[in-house]
Ligand binder design. Structure first.
Ligand SMILES: Cc1cc2nc3c(=O)[nH]c(=O)nc-3n(C[C@H](O)[C@H](O)[C@H](O)COP(=O)(O)O)c2cc1C
Length: 524
């Protein structure tokens, strides 16, 4: 034995390396058939796979210019990071963007900006922009709700995001006076940290499901009764990244905690079907909306990505006929994000936000019922100038998902679907998520929202208005590729937005339905 050990010890280190390489070469040539390159070029072939795996990072850090990455380029990410950290988010020397680029947007400033008097709510708080409409007011729900912030956290479930990320977002929205949409995974304890919540469910009915996977009104009613933080309910019909596509949550990911929150069995695969069990037709959907509103007293809305319009026309006709309907509609763009989706869906199914929203808004405009609906937009709208465009087109609020993730540390590694998110935001790995410092990250989300609102308000004032709801389609121009070079939104999308009833910001501040009452403290 001793002799063998001393023989092994006498072998020089470089022989060990050569032996290792020999084993790799033998494996490449004789024992694996999966990779042709490694078979044909033993050992060196591995270099190609390694370089390919680190390619995205290399391009992101060293090669890509500030404007070319997707979904969010470096300028956009840098603005969110700096805003969230309350660092200097200005740029020097002028714009770095190509302002003659296709689809580039311009906000038309007024000759003299809107003046803020001493008693004005924005004199006391430069970030105060509540929603100009009240959810559930038209339909006389028992508990109407006016979101106290025009920017809010979009649907992202506990499961797709880590517990610590959800908690940081919830504490952040509380500080910023915004709301937090639960996403499809049910209401977790991490959503109950003080922020206003919109409870969202999809075809899996997680958190409000019967043992056979159907919708349970009893459970929803109980959930709402026990959780005062829930201010509205959203039924998901589809999302921009994967409309009409269900999903599977593998049993390995179903921990006892997740199972408890979602109302499913530990360790068993959970299927979210592509369609709802609770309704089959548009009139049945309308019925469900009314039943939920009646049982819970809350405003009820729907979320969808837009493609064909015939069923929306049917919904709008029914709304006219019955005088009932959703209190809010969230329109997600085809550019929307997801925890995981097949590229064929994420890249091609459903319209981009500007086309989807403009066609949908016209359906309700034609029937003169836009005042009955709070329109919410999502799809890379978490930037003040883009939000100004969305307001001009008819939205009343913005939801942000990936922008909110970035404010709490997401680095756009684009590995949400692998459980290996390096920033701990979109993973269930305990080690990775332990890096999230909840007090610091919640402050960052809040600061991003406040900076967004401050800059949106400044753009609004520069355009001569008091509130972004006053933007009209004529206020924004877009570069197009025909010989007129650029056109305003009204002529581009073929409609003029309905006027949103708005008196002044003070009236919004005094509104009895205004969410997040702790705002009053910050306004003193
Ligand atoms: C990690 C992640 C999880 C998401 N989960 C849901 C979900 O449960 N339900 C849903 O309707 N949308 C979900 N979305 C879509 C977002 O709510 C949002 O509509 C979309 O990303 C567009 O917003 P953004 O461009 O600000 O990211 C998710 C998005 C991400 C990035």
């Amino acid at each position: 034995m001793e002799q063998a050990l001393s023989f092994i010890g006498s072998i020089p280190w470089w022989i060990w390396i050569l032996l290792f390489l020999l084993v790799v070469a033998l494996r490449d040539i004789f024992f694996q058939r999966a990779h042709t390159i490694s078979h044909n070029y033993p050992i060196v072939g591995h270099l190609r796979y390694w370089l390919e795996s680190i390619g995205p990072e290399m391009r992101q850090y060293f090669v890509a210019n500030n404007r070319e990455e997707l979904p969010f380029n470096r300028i956009e990410r840098g603005w969110i990071y700096a805003s969230a950290k309350k660092e200097n988010n200005y740029e020097g020397f002028g714009t770095e963007r190509d302002i003659y680029d296709h689809q580039y947007i311009f906000v038309k400033n007024q000759m003299m900006a809107f003046k803020i008097g001493e008693g004005h709510p924005n004199y006391r708080d430069k970030t105060f922009i509540p929603c100009a409409k009240v959810m559930g007011q038209y339909n006389q729900r028992r508990k109407p709700y006016r979101p106290a912030s025009v920017i809010n956290v979009s649907a992202m479930s506990f499961g797709s995001l880590s517990a610590r990320a959800i908690e940081a977002l919830n504490r952040g929205v509380q500080k910023a006076g915004a709301y937090h949409n639960t996403g499809e995974g049910g209401l977790s304890p991490y959503h109950q940290q003080g922020g206003n919540v919109i409870f969202h469910f999809g075809t899996g009915y997680f958190g409000v499901r019967t043992p056979d996977g159907n919708f349970s009104m009893e459970k929803l009613k109980k959930l709402v009764e026990q959780n005062n933080c829930i201010k509205a309910v959203e039924i998901k019909l589809s999302q921009g990244a994967k409309p009409g596509k269900g999903g599977v949550l593998p049993g390995a990911k179903i921990t006892p905690e997740l199972a408890e929150i979602r109302g499913v069995e530990v360790g068993k695969d959970v299927i979210s079907p592509a369609t709802h069990k609770a309704f089959d037709t548009v009139s049945e959907l309308l019925l469900l909306i009314e039943e939920i509103a009646e049982e819970t007293g809350l405003p009820v809305g729907i979320k969808a990505a837009i493609g064909k319009l015939d069923q929306w026309e049917e919904l709008a006709d029914l709304m006219v006929k019955t005088g009932k309907g959703p209190d809010f509609i969230t329109v997600d763009g085809g550019e929307g994000g997801t925890g995981a989706a097949p590229p064929s869906f994420a890249d091609h199914v459903s319209l981009p936000w500007v086309y989807g929203f403009s066609s949908l808004y016209k359906v309700f405009l034609k029937r003169k019922i836009t005042d009955r609906i709070v329109f919410i937009g999502s799809g890379k709208l978490g930037f003040p100038a883009k939000a100004a465009m969305a307001f001009a087109m008819g939205v009343d609020c913005i939801n942000v998902a990936r922008e909110a993730m970035m404010s709490i540390g997401c680095i756009q590694a684009q590995v949400c679907h692998t459980n290996r998110c390096p920033s701990g935001v979109a993973t269930q790995n305990k080690w990775l998520q332990n890096g999230i410092d909840i007090p610091i990250k919640s402050e960052r989300l809040a600061q991003y929202f406040k900076t967004f609102r401050k800059e949106l308000l400044e753009i609004t004032h520069a355009s001569g208005y008091e509130h972004p709801c006053q933007f009209t389609m004529e206020d924004i121009q877009v570069n197009i590729d025909d010989d007129q070079l650029n056109r305003n939104l009204a002529s581009l999308y073929g409609y003029t937005k309905d006027k949103v009833p708005f008196e002044d910001a003070q009236k919004l501040f005094e509104c009895q339905y205004l969410g997040n009452k702790n705002l009053e403290k910050t306004m003193k």
